[in-house]
Ligand binder design. Structure first.
Ligand code: 4FV
Length: 238
């Protein structure tokens, strides 16, 4: 199933990050997903192509106007559709579970804000879900939209080459990934853990599982608690 992304943004060029480079670009060329950008400036009716104005009630900065976004969404939805997701600090925190769910949709429209944000009436009328990249403030929703696209596309069947697999990902099974080593066998006097040079795949897998659990316990007690809960809840303790 080819997933189609419509992206509403004042800076379409920022999406070269996923359309021109690496795994996501290769997947785009292979037709595993589709990307179309829509610039609200192209849906303005005044000579100055105005897309923002001062906030009612005063205060710093500018707010994106509802009308140009309404028209842009009409066009994007007519072309591709899908649920409208607004990237904002007020949204649900993006995590692996959410990315997995998004990767199963056939079409998604991503709305990227700029300035102080978007007129609330537009959000109330047209937005199905708000997602946040994290508890910090960006200058625009585009970096968050790029992260969503990158995380979702790499999960699409066939996106990762056979030497790459999402199954060894951090968070794949609720645990952080174990550390990795490659050539040379000794670097600045530091060796590679013996077990990894043993060729004993069962021992290597067991060692990596222990490392993943140790790292998760040490660095992400929240994830470890959820993982423990998960293993407890799993019917056959799988
Ligand atoms: C953001 C986030 C974010 C808020 C005002 C763009 C900025 C400006 N988006 N996760 N954190 N957005 O900070 O998604 O318009």
């Amino acid at each position: 199933m080819v997933i189609g992304f419509e992206v509403i943004t004042l800076f379409p060029a920022m999406f070269a990050a996923v359309s021109e480079y690496g795994v996501t670009s290769r997947a785009l060329q292979a037709g595993l997903w589709r990307l179309r950008t829509w610039n609200p400036r192209d849906f303005t009716s005044d000579n100055y192509r105005t897309v923002d104005d001062r906030p009612y009630g005063g205060g710093p900065g500018m707010v994106m106007l509802a009308e140009p976004l309404e028209r842009t969404l009409d066009a994007a939805q007519a072309a591709g559709g899908g649920r409208v997701i607004y990237l904002s600090p007020q949204g649900t925190r993006l995590d692996h579970r959410k990315v997995m769910a998004l990767s199963k949709e056939s079409a998604i429209t991503l709305l990227c804000g700029r300035y102080e944000g978007v007129d609330e009436r537009l959000l109330a009328r047209r937005v199905d879900e708000e997602l946040s990249l994290g508890d910090f403030v960006l200058t625009g929703g585009e970096p968050a939209a790029v992260a969503v696209l990158d995380a979702v596309v790499r999960l699409l069947p066939g996106a990762l080459g056979d030497h790459e697999s999402a199954s060894s990902d951090s968070h794949y099974d609720g645990l952080l990934s174990p550390p990795s080593w490659t050539r040379p066998p000794a670097f600045r006097g530091h060796a590679v853990p013996e077990v990894l040079l043993s060729g004993d795949h069962a021992a290597i897998a067991a060692w990596r599982q222990r490392e993943a659990e140790r790292l998760t316990r040490e660095r992400r007690p929240d994830l470890w608690a959820a993982h423990e809960q998960g293993t407890q809840d799993a019917p056959d303790g799988a």
